[in-house]
Design a protein around this ligand. Structure first.
Ligand code: FHN
Length: 425
């Protein structure tokens, strides 16, 4: 197992060939949304900048429940527009969206009968944003999943994590699972149409029996709904890599890297450390070349706006995918691995060589594919003009244009008649 994927957050072995995951295996790229009350303080509490990720402000500043929950009265994201968010994900080339239905602060972004600490009952906004997103995802053909913090809940006396309001010795975690988590899951998997997946997080001390009971409940309510590896105890439908972690080499599992565009997940007004478009695209390609999915996060503001730097980056990624998507969606890891200047993905009969550092003169020496490449062209070339292919010992040489056609990642399609030679798993 690669260090990037902890074994307890890995995939349940029976899920590896489960066809319920087929859409997810094809999808490769998703949008993560961390949104909640923490977008109001946006990293600052009582005039003090609180270090760390924005959605952890309650914990980092040890804000008492009675104070933090007052934020709900100010939560009025009048500029929230479900249609816009879904359209953005579509333009970015993302095939699924995952939004925080309840993060560790315990606030629910959906109307709930379980407790009143939710967007419908506790805020002036009173709109169920998950309902609006679910309807819009249906309309625009986007899969929607819900993040749900099953172990940490700093608002609930029996949830894990808040030791400044509640005595950890007196907590009854099983009661919390029974009276809060399971009824919430019941609501999420009953009131919002088909749910693509439940993205559990930070399993911590949850036992195998408790994780299993959540898995079974999800299965019973929506058999097709996937469950992420952070359910804990190696029971997820797919493995979850650590935050922003990319394995060193291809991993023979269904796995996903959740990642930030800047440093925080939930909105933080002073986090301007935006990753560049080339960096984000290389991360996407790197992950896909190793068999994973990339779940890239945005943190909307308290008004309901996705920060413009995130929007610009997502749109630029979508532009690249519009031309090069064939080399990403539905692919598997290609045969050329662990070569620093390129990555490879594959489909039957085709290897997609992603060239990051274009050699001077355009002479691309592909290690070790002699005898397996019948032709080559640039994926971005609509005419599919054949490039000259020659041999150099056991390597194949592709004679491309002198200068890189795409400064970020030029994709060469290497055609092979042997459909199986391109399969690396
Ligand atoms: O503690 C959370 C964190 O706030 C964020 O939600 C990330 C996303 O993967 N998950 C946890 C830390 O791993």
């Amino acid at each position: 197992m690669d260090d990037a994927i902890r074994s307890d957050r890995s995939q349940r072995p029976e899920a590896r060939h489960d066809p319920r995951l087929n859409w997810w295996r094809e999808a490769k790229f998703g949008l993560f949304i961390h949104w909640g009350l923490y977008a109001i303080p946006a990293g600052e509490w009582k005039g003090e900048k609180i270090p760390g990720i924005g959605e952890w402000i309650m914990h980092r500043a040890r804000i008492p429940v009675r104070e933090y929950e007052q934020l709900a009265q100010q939560f009025n994201p009048v500029r929230f527009d479900a249609a816009e968010w879904v359209a953005l994900a579509k333009k970015a080339g993302q095939k699924y969206m995952v939004i925080t239905s309840k993060h560790h602060d315990g606030f629910c972004l959906f109307g709930s009968k379980v407790n009143r600490y939710n967007i419908v009952d506790a805020t002036p906004f009173r709109r169920d944003v998950l309902k609006e997103l679910a309807a819009e995802c249906q309309r625009q053909g986007m899969r929607l999943g819900f993040y749900y913090s099953q172990t940490q809940d700093w608002h609930h006396p029996n949830g894990v994590g808040n030791d400044w309001d509640y005595d950890p010795q007196k907590k009854d975690f099983q009661a919390y699972l029974d009276d809060t988590v399971k009824p919430h899951l019941r609501e999420l998997l009953t009131n919002y149409g088909p749910v693509a997946l439940i993205w559990f997080d930070t399993p911590l001390s949850i036992t195998a029996a408790q994780s299993r009971s959540l898995l079974e409940l999800c299965r019973q309510l929506q058999p097709d709904c996937l469950v992420c590896g952070r359910l804990g105890n190696t029971l997820g439908d797919y493995a979850s890599a650590g935050d922003n972690k990319i394995p060193q080499r291809a991993v023979d599992l269904d796995w996903e890297t959740p990642a930030t565009i800047n440093d925080t997940w939930g909105y933080k007004s002073d986090d301007h450390n935006w990753k560049s478009v080339p960096d984000l695209l290389h991360k996407l390609v790197d992950i896909v070349s190793k068999g994973g999915n990339y779940l890239l996060n945005v943190g909307p503001t308290a008004e309901g706006i996705i920060p413009q730097p995130s929007v610009e980056r997502l749109l630029a990624m979508g532009q690249w995918l519009k031309v090069n998507g064939e080399s990403i969606y539905g692919t598997r890891p290609g045969p050329i691995q662990e070569v620093p200047w390129c990555r490879s993905t594959a489909k039957p009969g085709k290897v997609y060589l992603h060239v990051w550092d274009w050699p001077q003169g355009g002479r691309i020496v592909v290690p070790g594919l002699a005898g397996q490449v019948q032709g080559a062209y640039l994926l971005a070339d609509p005419a599919r003009q054949a490039l000259r292919v020659s041999l150099q010992g056991g390597d194949v040489v592709i004679h491309g244009p002198a200068a890189a056609p795409d400064a970020i990642d030029t994709v060469l399609v290497l055609q092979s008649q042997d459909r199986d030679s391109t399969h690396s798993r």
